[in-house]
Ligand binder design. Structure first.
Ligand code: NAD
Ligand code: AHE
Ligand code: ZN
Length: 370
């Protein structure tokens, strides 16, 4: 079939909206009509050329929601008409990783997924003159139709709106999951969240959900103060406006250091500050941000010797097929908020405007509705 997609032909260039060819699902695969997709900073990270794994031409996008149109041979858990959220962290429930309760990082298709290919080593997308186009994070939600492995789809309830639940495909689950699954924040905790964008605000609402006493937000953009407060932030710090050292300031503000800190930017200097503002003896710092190729973190080992822990999290530690339907339920029951964070709704033709808004700091989440 043919479908419309925003194609990243080269690193650093705007996406090009065009018709592409899409082959039908092979064994174990599913054809999905994408109804809506969010634009995450990770899409921009890859589009810009900063991703060491980035390969082109590719159809980016990994934060979608849609409807199953067709299933390939052997697919048993999904049927046409099912509503689904694509999973860049699949859940095969069989690999060594899925069988270990300590991780959500299913590895059953990770190597082909990282190369932009389906598990059989080929791509379903091509240009109209027959040149292959790569998949992205196994999802490619910047196409109106896409093919995914069955294990990379969470089946969700049919009454949930696509233009909101697409955000659960990355930002919402990553932020809330980092608090609940990775940090396991306890009632009464003191938390510091660095970067109040599409991920950081979900960390804030996760901390509120977990019953944290203090939730400090840190951002260079003062407009993010009101945003943080909207979701439970108790204090705001703009590093460019404080006198002296940021870490010292945060340690004082928390009365000795954070029980939990979260880096939601992708800046290795901020990652260091996030670790070092954690409380001596027990503070944990969770890295969520994706840093550019070649960037490395550093700190004095004494920071770890004296009881601070550095952790990282992908997709908020969530096991997608199991956890994502539950997060959709939380949204539908009013336990978590999504609607106010979706600040812009765009057509596919306007997708590059979504990246401009991200750079300007004008959007929390822009969503493309097909
Ligand atoms: P975003 O652009 O919406 O938000 C980033 C925020 O950080 C902005 O509010 C910006 O003003 C602020 N900021 C930038 N530099 C700063 C600094 N030096 N100090 C303080 N604040 C600063 O991005 P997002 O979509 O929220 O994504 C955040 C990061 O998380 C990205 O690196 C993204 O790739 C990553 N991410 C990781 C996962 C994962 O599973 N680990 C999932 C999704 C996104
Ligand atoms: N390709 C990058 C790494 C990118 C990365 O860390 N991705 C996160 C998800 S970000 C979603 O917005 C992730 O899930 N990582 C685990 C994995 O297996 O990719 C690089 O540096 O090479
Ligand atoms: Zn993302």
């Amino acid at each position: 079939m043919r479908t419309r997609a925003a194609v990243a032909f080269e690193a650093g260039r705007p996406l090009e909206v065009t018709e592409v060819n899409l082959e039908g699902p092979k064994a174990g695969e599913v054809l999905v009509e994408i109804k809506a997709t969010g634009l995450c900073h990770t899409d921009e990270f890859t589009r810009s050329g900063a991703d060491p794994e980035g390969a082109f031409p590719a159809i980016l996008g990994h934060e979608g929601a849609g409807v199953v149109l067709e299933v390939g041979p052997g697919v048993t858990s999904l049927e046409p008409g099912d509503h689904v959220i694509p999973l860049y962290t699949p859940e095969c429930r069989e690999c060594e990783y899925c069988l270990n309760p300590k991780t959500n990082l299913c590895q059953s298709i990770r190597s082909t997924q990282g190369q932009g290919l389906m598990p059989d080593g080929t791509s379903r997308f091509s240009t109209l003159d027959g040149k292959p186009i790569l998949h992205y994070m196994g999802c490619s939600t910047f196409a109106n139709h896409t093919v995914l492995p069955e294990i990379a789809l969470a089946k969700v309830r049919k009454d949930a709106p696509f233009d909101k639940i697409c955000y659960i495909g990355c930002g919402v689950t990553t932020g809330i999951g980092a608090v609940i699954n990775t940090a396991k924040v306890e009632i009464g905790s003191r938390c510091v969240v660095f970067g109040l964008g599409g991920i950081g605000l979900n960390v804030i609402q996760g901390c509120r959900l977990a019953g944290a006493n203090q939730i400090i937000g840190v951002d260079l953009n003062n407009d993010r103060k009101a945003w943080g407060e909207r979701f439970g932030m108790t204090d705001f710090v703009n590093p460019s406006e404080i006198e002296g050292d940021l870490v010292g300031h945060l340690v004082e503000l928390t009365g000795g250091g954070a029980d939990y800190s979260f880096e939601c930017i992708g800046n290795v200097n901020v990652m260091r500050a996030a670790l070092e503002c954690a409380h001596k003896g027990w503070g944990e710092s969770i890295i969520i941000g994706v840093a550019p190729a070649g960037a490395e973190i550093s700190t004095r080992p004494f920071q770890l010797v004296t009881g601070r822990t550095w952790k990282g999290t992908a997709f908020g530690g969530a096991r997608g097929r199991t956890d994502v339907p539950k997060i959709v339920d939380w949204y539908m029951q009013g336990k978590i908020e999504i609607d106010p964070m979706i600040t812009h709704t765009l057509s596919l033709d306007e997708i590059n405007k979504g990246f401009d808004l991200m750079h300007e700091g004008a959007s929390i989440r822009a969503v493309v509705v097909y």
